[in-house]
Ligand binder design. Structure first.
Ligand code: AMP
Length: 417
């Protein structure tokens, strides 16, 4: 299949060839014709599938086919959960529309509203927005949504996770009832289905897994290690392996800061990116990471959501996510665009159940290694059935372990991964 056969116009084809895109991705093959048909769409696709082009290309073409109105009312509204994703969508729109007379802009919180208001006042055809700033500027009458013809809800599942449901409902009430609705979500939870039912009419349903599925091209390794040795292990892996561009996931913002500081002290240029950082600090960290001046970007799940960093060679789960699907999202950041990627997870004893659930989801056990000098000492020792209660109250104490080892015929079972 070629972009040409999807019915895209010359100016778009020219822009795509400048981007170096040769063939459409699965989601593009499925979503583009469905959007051209004009009906609603429910698409299951996550970052990395090429979903952004999947909705921006047909919408750009549809807009370019109707005459430009002098005042340029907003015709397309694209809602996204995070500022970074919003900025990336705008960047894609600008790339794809470089040979078209279409104006796009982005609005999000955390930065001054004035430049955004100025851009809006000049008139824009496509507005990319995060919900809070959109409602804020709408309530100040800095923009009008009364002529929106196409609505895109991107990463809808993450929007719900971030508590945007109320805002989304408020925004829906500000839109004309006759419009095309496109909902993109990485997962189809009950909540997403409920949301889809409230505003989609007979949607076409399309699905796409990432171009490089986790099973395919991503080399996944688990390092079993004691929790307290994780900082030293990750530093060792990065230094010994001479890893250049590493995205590291932590569970908490505090943990992200602490780890980035520790790495910097150990001569590895690192920056943290999370919701407590100012927008400027986040943008700078991401730009420095892309340029290569920052070698390690430590991120929380939400901050990393939607970050588009092409050809990322290494992703590290410093701590495993609670939700197995998040593991797939995280490691989907590596091995993009046909390149092989490496995903490493540092797993302490407390996380063994999490990695089991992940293995169940992806359908296999990632290979497990230990690094010399970092062998785990905190193995769980399960109580043998006949054991006296007093013999091993504390399974982690050396005393308890040596007692068990001595009890012949009633060997403790060790849980390993
Ligand atoms: P997305 O899933 O929209 O975040 O896109 C992931 C990455 O794939 C982005 O860097 C896009 O520029 C890139 N991309 C999108 N479509 C194509 C394509 N057809 N061929 C090659 N790269 C693409």
């Amino acid at each position: 299949m070629s972009f040409n056969s999807l019915g895209l116009s010359e100016p778009l084809l020219k822009a795509l060839s400048r981007q170096g895109y040769k063939t459409p991705t699965t989601i593009q093959e499925k979503a583009i014709p469905a959007i051209f048909k004009g009906g609603d769409l429910l698409a299951s696709a996550q970052t990395g599938t090429g979903k952004t082009a999947g909705f921006t290309l047909p919408l750009l073409q549809i807009l370019s086919e109707s005459p430009v109105q002098r005042k340029r009312p907003i015709k397309v509204l694209i809602l996204t959960p995070t500022r970074e994703l919003a900025a990336q969508i705008l960047m894609n729109l600008e790339q794809y529309s470089q040979f078209l007379d279409i104006r796009s802009t982005v609005i999000f919180g955390g930065v001054s509203a004035n430049p955004q208001i100025n851009a809006l006042q000049k008139g824009v055809d496509i507005l990319v927005a995060t919900p809070g700033r959109l409602l804020d500027l709408e309530s100040q009458h800095k923009l009008s949504l009364s002529q929106v013809e196409h609505l895109v809800l991107d990463e809808a599942d993450r929007m719900l996770d971030m508590g945007f449901l109320r805002d989304i409902k408020r925004i829906l009430r500000l839109l004309p009832t006759k419009r095309q609705n496109l909902l993109f979500s990485a997962t189809f939870s009950k909540e997403i289905k409920q949301l889809a039912n409230t505003f989609l009419t007979n949607p076409a349903i399309v699905e796409a897994t990432p171009e490089n599925t986790t099973v395919d091209k991503i080399n996944q390794t688990v390092y079993r290690v004691d929790k307290k040795k994780k900082p030293a292990l990750i530093i060792e892996l990065i230094k010994k392996g001479n890893w250049r561009q590493v995205l590291v996931f932590t569970r908490t913002k505090y943990g992200a800061n602490k780890l980035a500081e520790k790495m910097s002290k150990n001569g590895i240029n690192a920056a943290a990116i999370h919701g407590n950082k100012s927008q400027n600090a986040r943008t700078k960290a991401l730009a420095d990471f892309k340029k290569g001046t920052v070698r390690v970007l430590v991120a929380t799940d939400i901050a990393a959501r939607g970050l588009d960093i092409p050809l990322l060679p290494h992703v590290v789960n410093y701590e495993l996510p609670n939700v197995p699907e998040d593991y797939v999202h995280r490691i989907g950041r590596t091995g993009r665009a046909g390149a092989n990627g490496e995903a490493v997870s540092l797993v302490s004893i407390e996380e063994l159940d999490l990695i089991k659930n992940i293995a169940k989801l992806i359908g296999f056990n990632p290979k497990t290694k230990t690094l010399e000098g970092f062998e785990p000492t905190d193995e769980i020792v399960e109580k043998p059935k006949a054991q006296k209660p007093s013999a091993n109250r504390n399974p982690r104490s050396n005393q308890g372990r040596s007692n068990q080892r001595k009890s012949s015929g009633n060997k403790p079972k060790r849980r390993r991964y």
